[in-house]
Design a protein around this ligand. Structure first.
Ligand SMILES: [Zn+2]
Length: 298
């Protein structure tokens, strides 16, 4: 990166807010570029480009938001960006910047103090800094004292290395943690019977983008925030039918978005978007056309 374009602290810490007694900070692994068509599936470009500018290679700029929640008892990290294990060729394609360590430092979060890490799913751009590639070539846990949580179905799917999505599943992001016992794998039975990860933090299955993608609920007092992962990747994806080319089951995504809005809108949840660099969080309301939109007052 050119020195003149080094990010400031303001760029590194995307947002801070309070959810009840909990302190919530949105950190970032920086931005990356993806094909606009892939991000908006069958939505015509003439419609989506009103919401997101594409460059001359049709790429759009996306964020990589990591949410840090301090509950008073635990420091919880949700999602860990792309990380530093990408081959040079992939870095050149995505132009990602590997900023999460600097972002955490800017936010006053030391990796050693993190005791819980949650991945909504195990695509490369959600769990990259679970582990760190060291100069000697070894891969070590980025958060040495944390317990990591992911869905068993994601690890199993990743291991299948299917034609459709093998490039998204990079075993060094999770296999070493599973093998060492540092990562707890949740199954659907556990999600049904005991979705709680710790005081005030729980997970819920929202399939469609992948079969086992989980949202993370953050609840304190009467307030509720929800990290919705790739079910709604950015605030430009709020329309239930604006699903992504990446989604494995777009029809399921539409149904699950509607299910999400049935609670998130009336209960005024603070919705946290993984890939929205400009609007990492928002409350949702219904506009005069009956479509979910970012609440105009915030
Ligand atoms: Zn994904």
């Amino acid at each position: 990166m050119h020195p003149a374009s080094l990010p400031s602290d303001a760029d590194l810490v995307r947002a801070r807010t309070q959810v009840g007694d909990f302190e919530l900070t949105v950190c970032t692994d920086g931005t990356y570029l993806l094909d606009g068509g892939a991000m908006f599936g069958v939505v015509p470009k003439t419609l989506w480009e009103k919401r997101m500018q594409a460059d001359d290679e049709n790429r759009i700029l996306l964020g990589l938001n990591t949410v840090v929640v301090r509950t008073g008892r635990h420091t919880v990290v949700i999602e860990t960006g792309i990380g530093n294990k990408q081959p040079a060729k992939m870095r050149a394609i995505h132009e990602n910047q590997e900023l999460l360590p600097a972002s955490l430092t800017a936010a006053g979060v030391r990796p050693e103090e993190v005791d819980i890490v949650i991945n909504t799913h195990l695509h490369f751009d959600h769990c990259g800094w679970n582990t760190t590639l060291q100069p000697d070539g070894s891969v070590t846990p980025t958060f040495p004292n944390a317990r990591y949580f992911a869905h068993l179905g994601e690890v199993q799917h990743g291991h299948l290395q299917l034609d459709r999505d093998r490039v998204s599943y990079l075993a060094p992001n999770y296999d070493p943690l599973v093998q060492s016992g540092q990562m707890t794998l949740l199954d659907n039975e556990r999600l049904r019977s005991d979705p709680k990860i710790c005081h005030g933090i729980s997970v819920e299955l929202f399939p469609g983008h992948t079969d086992h993608m989980m949202a993370v609920h953050i609840e304190s007092g009467s307030e509720h925030a929800c990290y919705i992962g790739d079910l709604i990747a950015t605030s430009a994806h709020l329309n239930p039918t604006w699903v992504m080319g990446y989604d494995l089951d777009p029809l399921e995504c539409i149904a699950q978005r509607k299910r999400f809005y049935e609670r998130a809108i009336p209960e005024k949840w603070l919705v946290l978007f993984t890939h929205d660099h400009q609007t990492p969080m928002a409350r949702i309301e219904v506009n005069e056309k009956g479509k979910p939109v970012v609440q105009s007052t915030e």
